[in-house]
Design a binder for this molecule. Structure first.
Ligand code: PA5
Length: 477
């Protein structure tokens, strides 16, 4: 494998550059040596075989989503009719039910989609209400005309307290404003096709609904109706998004050992486990990709942070994904990455060409400190800052790699996201953990149920109170 990997036929969508992760760039024993790269190939080949075998058995249905011809058609039909009826679409969802749509919306619609009617070109505004802060939720609700709003309630389980409480609030508001019958036209439920309270409500009350395939967990669900429906409703080209994802999946099947997903997984596994780099900073140098870092954070952290190996032995694995945005965070986080603990790898997410050109005028040409900027462009400056930062890190022995898109496009984003999802599952194999579950988030939910008085969880409320120190010794007011 050459350091600057070129996968057959896909240079146009994504390039992985890991020059700055090699011992050549960083110094002996600080990155990955040529011998280690060859040894890694064996583990990666086996992880690729494992992935393909599980996919064949139907255990990785997220990998087949890009090939489904029916869902995008259904979402497109929904979007065409909704465009006339609604000015606003509000997603009520959290975690995997929100982050994918948020990431794609920011990347593929103009960044001022919600604020500038001309940027929307007749598509509805899209809000993703992924928190229950009463002030944040009220701020979204206050700006809506309910008679022109569609609420897309997204919850696979139907038991997520945050989403369901939002739904209960919205349902009541709609009923009061429009009457119970008309209110139904403003609710679209995306949930499990068979199970759960939301599906039951769909059956009993006749709400419009879309299914989430049973084997696809939240953080792998951006290409199900969870992501595709709201994105189509906001005017995103979901067909091209899927086409890019398909290409990424095809590339994985065709050329595993020079594959970007496999290499991304293998290199980060090496840095985390052999070079003691438990942190992975995902640093897009494009505002449009900033939310991809949020989406990736959930994908990587929730999938790989596990207490147990597959055989039940203690694991405590994972690599903490940290979000940073270039250039903004060069002025806040970079000092730490340059000189602080040697515990992170930085992954730059770069765009070679921007969709907008903003030239910098040749003003103040007589001022030497400013003259060099005149005649350039903001996009050029941004990219030189990315390149300069990558080089500065490498020169200081700080490992970094880059995922580069020629520009932000629907197909390119689909390729990138599918690549990162595949890489996450492959990483699960390397760490020997289940990347598809999240048992660690359950205990906190059970305490919340107890504190909120949910039937059957009284013991959790007791346990909570039992865990509190009565003397308040460590509380400072
Ligand atoms: O990745 C996951 O599985 C989680 O982040 C879930 O998506 C999140 O907890 C929301 O769950 P649900 O869709 O069941 O409401």
């Amino acid at each position: 494998m050459a350091p600057k990997e070129k996968a057959r036929g896909t240079e146009a969508l994504l390039t992985l550059d890991f020059n700055n992760l090699t011992d050549d760039a960083l110094g002996e024993g600080r990155g990955i040596g040529a011998g280690e790269l060859s040894s890694l190939e064996g583990a990666l080949a086996s992880a690729a075989r494992d992935f393909n075998a599980r996919r064949k058995k139907g255990l990785l249905p997220f990998a087949d989503l890009p090939y489904d011809p029916d869902l995008p058609k259904a979402c497109r039909r929904l979007a065409s009719s909704a465009r006339r009826k609604y000015d606003d679409v509000v997603v009520l969802g959290i975690g995997g039910s929100a982050l994918g749509a948020n990431a794609v919306l920011a990347a593929l619609r103009p960044l001022n989609h919600n604020t500038l009617p001309a940027a929307r070109r007749g598509w509805p505004r899209l809000f993703v209400a992924d928190n229950i802060d009463p002030e944040g939720f009220a701020a979204i609700m206050d700006g809506l005309d309910l008679s022109r709003t569609l609420f897309n309630v997204i919850s696979k389980s139907g038991t997520t307290a945050e989403t369901m409480s939002q739904f209960m609030i919205v349902h009541e508001l709609l009923g009061k404003a429009l009457g119970p019958k008309a209110a139904g036209d403003h609710i679209l439920i995306t949930t499990d096709p068979e199970k759960g309270v939301l599906r039951r409500l769909v059956r009993e009350r006749g709400f419009q609904s879309l299914p989430i395939p049973p084997g696809v967990g939240g953080r792998f669900s951006v290409l199900t109706a969870v992501g595709l429906a709201p994105l189509a409703l906001a005017g995103v080209n979901i067909e091209e998004l899927l086409a890019g994802a398909r290409l990424a999946q095809d590339d994985f099947a065709a050329a595993p050992l020079s594959n970007k997903a496999l290499l991304f997984a293998g290199l980060n596994f090496h840095m985390a486990t052999r070079r003691n780099r438990p942190g992975l900073v995902m640093m897009p140098y494009a505002d449009g990709l900033a939310r991809v870092a949020d989406w990736f954070g959930q994908l990587w952290n929730e999938s790989l942070g596990k207490a147990l190996h597959l055989d039940g032995s203690p694991a405590g694995t994972g690599q903490t994904a940290i979000k940073a945005v270039g250039v903004t965070d060069q002025h806040s986080q970079l000092q730490l990455y340059m000189e602080g603990p040697q515990d992170k790898t930085v992954c730059f997410l770069g765009v070679e060409g921007f969709r907008k050109r903003v030239p910098i005028p040749r003003a103040f040409g007589d001022q030497a400190e400013l003259a060099y900027l005149g005649g350039g462009e903001l996009g050029g400056l941004l990219n030189f800052e990315r390149l300069g930062t990558a080089m500065a890190l490498a020169e200081s022995g700080r490992p970094n790699l880059s995922l580069l898109c020629p520009r932000i496009s629907s197909a390119g984003l689909g390729y990138l996201m599918q690549t990162l999802m595949v890489a996450t599952v492959v990483s699960g194999t390397l760490y020997q953990v289940d990347p598809l579950d999240q048992p660690g988030v359950e205990l906190g939910k059970r305490f919340t149920y107890g504190l909120m008085g949910r039937q059957g969880f009284g013991d959790m409320a007791e346990r909570y109170r039992g865990g509190l120190r009565a003397d308040g010794r460590y509380i400072v007011r």
